[in-house]
Design a protein around this ligand. Sequence first.
Ligand SMILES: Nc1ncnc2c1ncn2[C@@H]1O[C@H](COP(=O)(O)OP(=O)(O)OP(=O)(O)O)[C@@H](O)[C@H]1O
Ligand SMILES: CC(C)(CO)[C@@H](O)C(=O)[O-]
Ligand code: BAL
Length: 281
Amino acid sequence: MEIISDKAAMAARSEAVRLEGKTIAFVPTMGYLHEGHLSLLKKGRSLCDYLVLSIFVNPTQFGPNEDLDAYPRDEERDQKVAREAGVDAIFMPNNEMMYGPNYQTYVALEKLPYHLCGLSRPVHFRGVATVVTKLFNIVRPHTAIFGEKDFQQLAVIRQMVKDLDFGIEIIGGPTVREPDGLAMSSRNAYLTPEQRKDAAALYKSLNQAQEMVSAGEKSAAAILEKASETILAVPGAEIDYAKLCDPATLDDVEAIAGPALMALAVKIGATRLIDNKVLEP
Ligand SMILES: Nc1ncnc2c1ncn2[C@@H]1O[C@H](COP(=O)(O)OP(=O)(O)OP(=O)(O)O)[C@@H](O)[C@H]1O
Ligand SMILES: CC(C)(CO)[C@@H](O)C(=O)[O-]
Ligand code: BAL
């Protein structure tokens, strides 16, 4: 496994792999790897000849009062885990390599970011779309894999790849969960043991919503009221949003008439967690 921090070296490696007629799968991450990331790496490994993992905590997708500086990091452990997962190259640039002096170009979508996480994190998706564009141009993958836990991010990337003709196949991987249902996330490391137990309320509320829909409930308001009740039973929980929306446009849905995305962002103490489930009538 190669560890590459220089973008020209990464581009040259990808070019050499392509010239050999091999295919490249790419899993972009911010590191502090867990089983969710591993499931994406496994998918990539099975799909292509050469597997690239990137680890870069991208400053442009964090707002001024967010957790950029606190974001958990463990390079040594990540490298060990990546080697065991069969990664061929880790691309881990630094901020100067990605955003040099006088940096001034950004990629912004006009509709999808104006929903869900984009409302509470106004610069977030512009930062994600920009860094993923840069990573795609450096790594030049045939296929890239993203987690469904970040449902809106996956939608943004699919739209961007289609609109800008990237010619990269985008694959979504299902959310990997802890035994109590909590979606795995690097940010789970911020939770105290008590908060960690309480955090299972997000998954519980998604399942309750599916049960209501399966029992014939159509009203989004009724479903979301029950979800709020379950989540707010947790001491110190604060709902950033709890929404039912169209999985394609992310527009709000008032009555369930087909598959609907239930999306949650909840602060447990200082930690903001997201989760989602597509509810099937
Ligand atoms: N539990 C999970 N199951 C499947 N994929 C996941 C899971 N958690 C994260 N991913 C995916 O891994 C990729 C890298 O995500 P990232 O490094 O931000 O991890 P994270 O654990 O989501 O961190 P954060 O705490 O910032 O949300 C993204 O495509 C993300 O959707
Ligand atoms: C896609 C990504 C690596 C871009 O920084 C990040 O948003 C993430 O880890 O989901
Ligand atoms: N997994 C999304 C990265 C972020 O929250 O910034």
